[in-house]
Write a protein that binds this ligand. Structure first.
Ligand SMILES: CSC[C@H]1O[C@H](OP(=O)(O)O)[C@H](O)[C@@H]1O
Length: 350
């Protein structure tokens, strides 16, 4: 990977700190409009996270960290402990914006911790911490890209789900980072992307992102995944994660679990790529993960046009849990865990 030209493959930045405000690339408008939303308060950041203006597990953690910096503009405090007390309502509000991705709580816990230890320079301390969270995420993604790609045989086809690229992170991406690196190294010949209904992260975001890099993806309906695997055109399913538990069970975008079941049935390998900030050793297994349920209205139409019959009921869980037994490899910046289970996770993260 020393030869990898990151500048060529890593140009999208979904989160920009101006020094006074947080600019978020509005993912609700992509791929047709590339427009940044300007957040000048922590409430605006919390709202942007809840509305999916910014989305993707690492990206919402980074945005929330900058949300704390914005909240600090409204507070007078003598030292970090005093500031931490006064900022707690804003931090709690940010934390409640979305429940499943642990990166949000993780980033806010980091901000709380440094505040608690800071003196009168607490404003600079939290500014530095928010910047560090973003920079570390980018570095982690680049490392994961190298390690994940190394597992893929040259000439392979891969299938991915949802959007795990630059848009979902500080840059480069998790699963999509592995795919970018794999394409650049000539290991991956074909990239298939599932639409990812109902919000269409795959069709609207992943496909657009890959096109920015000059990579031509093939879009499939989510329902076509098993048929694709049976055709022999993919050797790996590569996905991101919103929370990885102490036994390796992994929460990710709804539809991931059925991809893992189908992959095992067809002898296709299944890789999860996520930074260590997505690992939650305090949650023993997937049974304890809070699965976000969004507005059933997301299922009733497409692009503002109603497609469902009137007065129908709907259930809209937006994540599911893949049991660790269906995962061949978890890749974080700390290394690769093959056949993850409780003891392998404990050895890597305990
Ligand atoms: C590397 S992002 C992880 C994760 O975030 C996505 O969810 P959402 O679009 O609802 O924020 C999806 O599950 C990705 O795999």
């Amino acid at each position: 990977m020393t030869e990898f030209d990151f500048d060529r493959y890593d140009r999208i930045r979904p989160i920009r700190w101006t020094g006074d405000a947080l600019e978020l690339l509005d993912q609700r408008k992509l791929p047709f409009e590339v427009e940044y939303v300007c957040c000048e308060s922590s409430d605006a950041v919390a709202e942007a996270i809840a509305a999916l203006t910014v989305r993707g597990a690492p990206a919402i953690g980074i945005a929330a960290a900058w949300g704390v910096v914005l909240a600090a503009r409204e507070v007078e405090a003598s030292d970090g402990a005093d500031a931490a007390r006064k900022l707690e309502p804003a931090i709690a509000h940010l934390n409640a914006a979305r429940p499943t991705a642990v990166n949000l709580a993780w980033a806010l816990a980091r901000m709380r911790r440094v505040l608690g230890e800071a003196g009168s320079d607490w404003r600079e301390v939290i500014d530095r911490e928010a910047r560090a969270i973003a920079e570390e995420d980018l570095a982690a993604n680049r490392r994961m890209g190298a390690m994940g790609a190394a597992m893929i045989e040259p000439g392979s086809g891969v299938l991915t789900h949802c959007n795990t690229g630059s848009l979902a992170t500080a840059g480069f991406g998790t699963a999509l980072g592995v795919i970018r690196a794999g394409v650049a190294q000539g290991r991956i010949d074909n990239v298939f992307a599932g639409e990812t209904r109902p919000w269409l992260q795959g069709a609207r975001l992943t496909v657009w992102e890959l096109q920015q890099d000059g990579i031509a993806p093939t879009l499939i309906a989510d329902a076509a995944a098993s048929h694709l695997m049976k055709s022999g055109k993919v050797q790996w399913v590569i996905v991101g994660a919103d929370r990885i538990c102490a036994n390796g069970d992994t929460a990710n975008k709804i539809g991931t679990y059925q991809l893992a079941i189908a992959a095992r049935h067809h002898g296709v390998k299944f890789m999860v790529a996520a930074p260590s900030s997505t690992v939650d050793m305090a949650t023993p297994s997937g049974d304890q993960i809070h699965i976000e349920e969004r507005d059933p209205g997301e299922l009733f139409g497409l692009g503002g046009v109603r497609t469902a019959a009137e007065q129908v009921g709907a259930w809209n869980p937006v994540f599911d849990v893949t049991p660790h037994t269906l995962i061949d490899a978890i890749v974080t910046e700390r290394g690769v865990i093959e056949n993850p289970d409780e003891s392998a996770m404990q050895a890597a993260f305990g």
